[in-house]
Design a protein around this ligand. Structure first.
Ligand code: GLA
Length: 389
C-alpha cells in the first residue's frame, strides 16, 4: 500500500516540476497502547508509529518562493519566505506554516523549495495525521537544507507548530511519529523525554483499530480545557503537599483527600490522571511478561476513566467498547487519542477477528447509521528518508 503511495507522490512531483525529487520522506501516524491525556501531565505513555504514512517529495528551487501541494486535497499554496507567516482559514496549510514559523523563530536558514505530499493516514481518526505532517515536513526541510536538527528537536518543534495552530497538545504524537521503530512500542517519560523501546509482542492477540467514523467538533476547545483543569489540579496538590511537584508523585489518596478543595471536574480529571499514570506502568510490565489479558483489562479500565471521569468519550465510542466488552475474544478495548470520536484500539484473540469485525459493524450501523471503518495496523518505523535509487 505504501509503495503505491510513494510511487504516486513521486510521479506527481515529476509531472508538476519536470524533475526528480531531491528528498523523499515518509512520516507515520501513531497508535497509543495506553496512557491517554497523560503526556501533558508529566506521565508516561506507550505509543508506537504505524505503517500508515504521509509521503513527501521535496526539491530546492533556488528562489525565495516556496510551493507546497497537498495532492489528496487537490490544493496548494505558495509562500514567500521573506514575508511574515500567519495563520489562515485553510487549516492544513497552518501546520506547514507553523513548522516554517518555528524554523524562522529559531533562526534557521532555508530558501525556496517545492514540496508535494500525499497520505494514507485517515484524518480525524485519532491517528495523528497532523503530527505526521508537521514532523515529516520539518524532517524534509532539515534534510534538504542540512539544518542539523536532532530527531527529538524535530518532535519538539512539531509540537510547537501544533500549539501555534491552536491545540495545546503534549509531546506524544510528534515523538512517536519521529522516534518509532518497527515492532516496538515506546515508553516515553513525558517529563524528562527519556524513552525506552519495548517489544510489541501481543502473542495470540491481534491489534485492530475500529474507527467510529465520527469527529465531534468539541475536540480542540475541550482538549485545551482538560489541560487547564489538570493544571489547576496539580496547582492545588502542590499548595497542599509542597513536596509533590507532579502528578506522577501523587497517590490516589492525595487526590481523594483534596476532594473538598477541588471543583468536581478538577477532582475527577486529577484522579483519572493519577490512576492512568499507574496503569501505564502496570501495562508495560504486563506487555513485557506476555500477559496480554492483563494488559487488555487495563485498557478497558482506561476507557472507563476516559469516559466517566475525564469525559472525552462520546456515544459512538462508548457503544463500541461496550459491545466488545461482551465478547470473550476481545480482551481489551478503549478509545485512543484525544477522544470525541476517532478510533478505539482493541486486542482480539487471533482467529476471531473477522467474526468480531462483522458483528460490530452491523450493530454499529444499526445504532448510528454510520459505517464502521477498520484498520489492521502494523507497527512501523518513525519518520525517515526514502531512498528511491
Ligand atoms: C492528542 C494530543 C496528544 C495527547 C493525546 C491524548 O493526540 O495531540 O498530545 O495528549 O491527544 O493522549
Amino acid at each position: 500500500m505504501n509503495d503505491i503511495l510513494i510511487k504516486n507522490t513521486t510521479n506527481f512531483f515529476k509531472e508538476t516540476f519536470g524533475t526528480e525529487p531531491q528528498k523523499i520522506v515518509l512520516s507515520p501516524g501513531r497508535i497509543n497502547i495506553i496512557g491517554e491525556h497523560i503526556d501533558y501531565n508529566d506521565g508516561y505513555v506507550l505509543p508506537a508509529a504505524i505503517d500508515k504514512i504521509i509521503c513527501f517529495a521535496f526539491e530546492k528551487n533556488n528562489s525565495n518562493q516556496s510551493r507546497i501541494i497537498a495532492i489528496d486535497l487537490n490544493d496548494e499554496f505558495e509562500i514567500n519566505l521573506a514575508d511574515p507567516i500567519g495563520l489562515t482559514d485553510n487549516v492544513w496549510t497552518n501546520y506547514v506554516r507553523g513548522v516554517m514559523n518555528q524554523l524562522k523563530l529559531k533562526g534557521f536558514d532555508f530558501e525556496g523549495f517545492n514540496c508535494v505530499f500525499s497520505s494514507n493516514i485517515p484524518v480525524g481518526s485519532g491517528l495523528s495525521s497532523s503530527a505526521a505532517l508537521e514532523c515529516g515536513f520539518l524532517f524534509g526541510l532539515n534534510e534538504l537544507f542540512n539544518l542539523k536538527i536532532k530527531p527529538v528537536d524535530i518532535a519538539l518543534m512539531g509540537q510547537s507548530a501544533e500549539h501555534w495552530v491552536g491545540i495545546n497538545c503534549g509531546i506524544m504524537d510528534q515523538f512517536s511519529s519521529v522516534m518509532g521503530l518497527e515492532n516496538k512500542v515506546i515508553k516515553i517519560d513525558c517529563k524528562t523525554l527519556e524513552y525506552e523501546y519495548h517489544n510489541a509482542n501481543f502473542n495470540d492477540y491481534s491489534l485492530i483499530l475500529f474507527d467510529s467514523n465520527v469527529k465531534h467538533s468539541l475536540m480542540t476547545s475541550a482538549y485545551n480545557e482538560r489541560r487547564e483543569q489538570c493544571e489547576e489540579g496539580i496547582a492545588i496538590v502542590k499548595e497542599n503537599f509542597p513536596e509533590i511537584t507532579s502528578f506522577r508523585d501523587c497517590t490516589e489518596q492525595h487526590i481523594l483527600g483534596l476532594q473538598n478543595v477541588m471543583s468536581a471536574n478538577v477532582f475527577k480529571r486529577s484522579l483519572f490522571v493519577v490512576k492512568e499514570i499507574n496503569r501505564v506502568k502496570l501495562a508495560c510490565e504486563a506487555l513485557d511478561n506476555g500477559e496480554i489479558e492483563a494488559l487488555g483489562k487495563l485498557m478497558f479500565e482506561t476507557h472507563e476513566g476516559l469516559s466517566k471521569d475525564y469525559e472525552v468519550s462520546c456515544d459512538e465510542l462508548d457503544m463500541i467498547v461496550d459491545i466488545l466488552k461482551g465478547e470473550e475474544a476481545v480482551v481489551g478495548s478503549r478509545l485512543m487519542g484525544g477522544g470525541f470520536g476517532g478510533c478505539t484500539i482493541n486486542l482480539i484473540k487471533k482467529g476471531n477477528e473477522e467474526e468480531i469485525k462483522k458483528k460490530l459493524s452491523a450493530l454499529y450501523f444499526d445504532a448510528f447509521g454510520i459505517e464502521l471503518k477498520i484498520y489492521d495496523v502494523k507497527i512501523g518505523n518513525g519518520t525517515s528518508l526514502y531512498n528511491n535509487n
